[in-house]
Design a protein around this ligand. Structure first.
Ligand code: JHZ
Length: 419
């Protein structure tokens, strides 16, 4: 592995980023890691790369789980290589989400739908097809340009109260504001939610989807922890944040996407409402799973350390049998997994990914070459470590040829196993 340097551009979190409390309790430390989506160009002459502390802590006041150190968002999001549209699972999820929002009864044709962190415009296109007016907001210049070129109007900005005021002045209030896989990325979630509140029409709705802390803990998905994700939301914590921003959670439902996500629907708080049954049931499930108390999270930390040992042992055994290993999916979570488990380019020959923006680069830290699926077909290994385990069904269907010729998959979570 090439030498790494310690880094600046990062600040310790000494007061909760949700409520300001100093009652922060460290629960899991994954060591010093590079930025998970900072895929290295082979032409990059500088062999060193920045690493930052990667650890999480629980706020014992508002139950918000958050990183112990926050990296400057401009370093991670001004240019971006991840586009969700490479996955059919995601495309189908977008259609279902657009149907769900449409069926909530708050939208009429021509109404404005705003998406925060709209990436390449995949979700907003689903709303355009349903006759809605759309506006995306995304900080990545390269991706916002791609969305605009494809007909999805997109502002190249970070979203917060100032951007909300700008949209309000130029386009009027939104009937729906949507954020998927973005609220956890912003160190000031209250600022985002206050922006949402001010942008919403009084009859409008806010829909948020974020990876769920309960599934993360229950399935030992420690690899979904990386610097882009400042927060690991429980409904307990999210509900408190919404309330402080003047939004009331009116519905919540688990979603199978990204290893288990939480969808919540919130409306501007105009009057007190009883806790809806679906919300009460999910809050109870979180308490049972131990994700809002320190001891439950410490047990998760012990399972994570055990998983690391078992994965390393399994990889050593496969090598001892003379088998060749490669990986599938140059995912952000994959880089946490490789870095924390100490797997190197000597263990894994290459990583396959069908996103052309990632191909030809190297994974951060371990510096494994990222190649196209053609390379996999030309030089198939014996075992493929599935770093995109959340898309296992879709990927295994595509790679039926690999299984037919005797290739096997190593699925790392919740328990490393070869199938
Ligand atoms: P995927 C991203 O994490 C980053 P990642 C981000 N920060 C976030 O919050 C989470 O999503 C939710 C490839 N692929 O979705 C495409 C194939 O090669 O698990 C992607 O590079 N062939 C926004 O990076 C990767 O796998 C295929 O057939 O952990 C999947 O990345 C398919 C289906 C995917 O997210």
């Amino acid at each position: 592995m090439l030498p790494l340097t310690a880094a600046a551009s990062c600040r310790p979190v000494v007061a909760c980023l949700g409520c300001g409390s100093a009652r922060l309790r460290p629960v899991l430390d994954l060591g010093l890691q590079p930025l998970a989506n900072n895929l290295v160009a082979p032409t990059d002459a500088n062999p060193a790369e920045q690493v930052f502390p990667l650890a999480i802590q629980l706020c014992e006041s508002c139950r918000l789980v958050q990183l112990t150190h926050v990296v400057d968002p401009a370093l991670m999001f001004s240019s971006y290589l991840y586009v969700p549209s490479t996955s059919t699972t995601w495309l189908e999820h977008c259609e279902a989400l657009a149907d769900y929002v449409n069926a909530c009864g708050h939208l009429a044709p021509g109404n404005l739908v705003v998406e925060i962190g709209s990436n390449d415009g995949t979700l907003l296109r689903a709303f355009q097809r349903r006759g809605l007016r759309v506006l995306g907001v995304d900080p990545a210049g390269n991706i916002a340009a791609q969305a605009n070129a494809s007909g999805v109007p997109t502002l190249n900005r970070f979203f917060g109260e100032a951007t909300a005021a700008e949209i309000l002045a130029d386009h009027g209030p939104a009937r729906a504001v949507i954020s998927t896989n973005v609220l956890a990325h912003v160190p000031d979630p209250l600022g985002v939610l206050r922006g949402v509140r001010s942008l919403l029409h009084p009859d409008g709705i806010y829909v948020n989807e974020s990876p769920s802390l309960r599934e993360l803990v229950e399935h030992t998905e420690f690899d979904t922890i990386y610097h882009e994700h400042v927060f690991y939301f429980s409904l307990h914590a999210l509900q408190g944040l919404c309330e402080r921003a003047g939004l009331t959670v009116v519905d919540a439902a688990p979603q199978p996407i990204h290893g288990g996500s939480l969808r919540l629907l919130a409306a501007p708080s105009v009057r007190a409402v009883d806790t809806p049954p679906a919300v009460a049931a999910l809050l109870a499930a979180e308490r049972r799973a131990g994700v809002v108390d320190t001891s439950g999270l410490q047990a998760f930390a012990r399972r994570t350390a055990a998983l690391r040992r078992r994965l390393r042992d399994l990889v050593s055994r496969l090598h001892a049998e003379g088998l060749r290993l490669a990986a599938y999916g140059a995912t952000a979570k994959g880089n946490t997994l490789l870095g924390y488990c100490g797997l190197t380019a000597a263990d894994i020959e290459y990583v396959v990914d069908r996103n052309p923006l990632k191909q030809g680069r190297l994974t951060p830290g371990a510096r494994m070459p990222i190649v196209s699926p053609d390379h996999l077909a030309a030089q198939p290994p014996d075992v493929l470590l599935l770093l995109a385990w959340n898309l296992a069904d879709e990927i295994r269907q595509q790679l039926a040829w690999f299984s037919r010729r005797g290739g096997r998959f190593l699925i790392p979570v919740p328990e490393p196993r070869v199938v």
